[in-house]
Design a protein around this ligand. Structure first.
Ligand SMILES: [Zn+2]
Length: 202
């Protein structure tokens, strides 16, 4: 479930659509979380699907460390990558705003956290763009991501969390918010490409 204060807008013919804030979303807010309506497709389930689905899944789903493909049911599937993103993955079911997101600003993630099955050529235009986004980016970026996520999560209990009631695993977030569970390291949910999750794109 994407944060309710968002809308889909066309960005450009090259990029397609993106998700934009309609109101200020403060740092520390969960901007997307796995909900009961999202599709979680195991590798076996993906093999059962007609081959024509491969392109849809490659374009719109992300992979968990277990190799499941998660296809968001709502506009969450249009969140684009940036090498300087507004949100980062808190784990493989939650994204958190790592800075204040202003009205009209595009919500972005770092796809390097999403176990990409292939190298993504990046033209995001952000300062420090990595040019290539890879499944093993966490080996180089993990420490920086972890600092950003921890700083953002330190604010999470003080800002509205409208996505929380929709979460498939709300207790997981509540345990973190109430100090019963630690915020995981990106190394816990990012896997190197050698682990072989997901097929290469067609
Ligand atoms: Zn980039």
């Amino acid at each position: 479930m994407i944060h309710p204060d968002t809308e889909l807008r066309f960005v450009s013919p090259e990029i397609g659509h993106g998700v934009f804030a309609t109101r200020r979303i403060p740092k520390g807010t969960i901007t997307w979380g796995l909900c009961h309506l999202d599709h979680v497709l195991s590798p076996a389930r993906r093999l059962e699907l007609p081959p024509c689905y491969a392109g849809v899944i490659s374009a719109f789903a992300y992979l968990t460390a277990q190799g499941d493909a998660v296809l968001c049911w709502d506009i969450g599937r249009y969140v684009n990558h940036s090498c300087s993103p507004s949100s980062l993955s808190l784990n493989d079911e939650l994204d958190i705003a790592v800075r204040d997101i202003l009205p009209g600003e595009q919500l972005t993630d770092d796809y390097g956290m999403l176990n990409l099955p292939h190298v993504l050529q990046c033209r995001c235009g952000a300062p420090g763009c990595r040019r290539e986004v890879r499944a093993d980016d966490h080996l180089r970026m993990g420490a920086e991501w972890e600092v950003q996520v921890r700083e953002a999560f330190a604010l999470a209990s003080r800002v509205p969390q409208p996505v929380l009631p929709y979460l498939k695993n709300a207790s997981q977030l509540l345990d973190m918010l109430e100090g019963r569970a630690d915020v995981p390291s990106p190394l816990a949910y990012c896997v190197p490409p050698a682990a072989g999750v997901g097929p290469a794109p067609a």
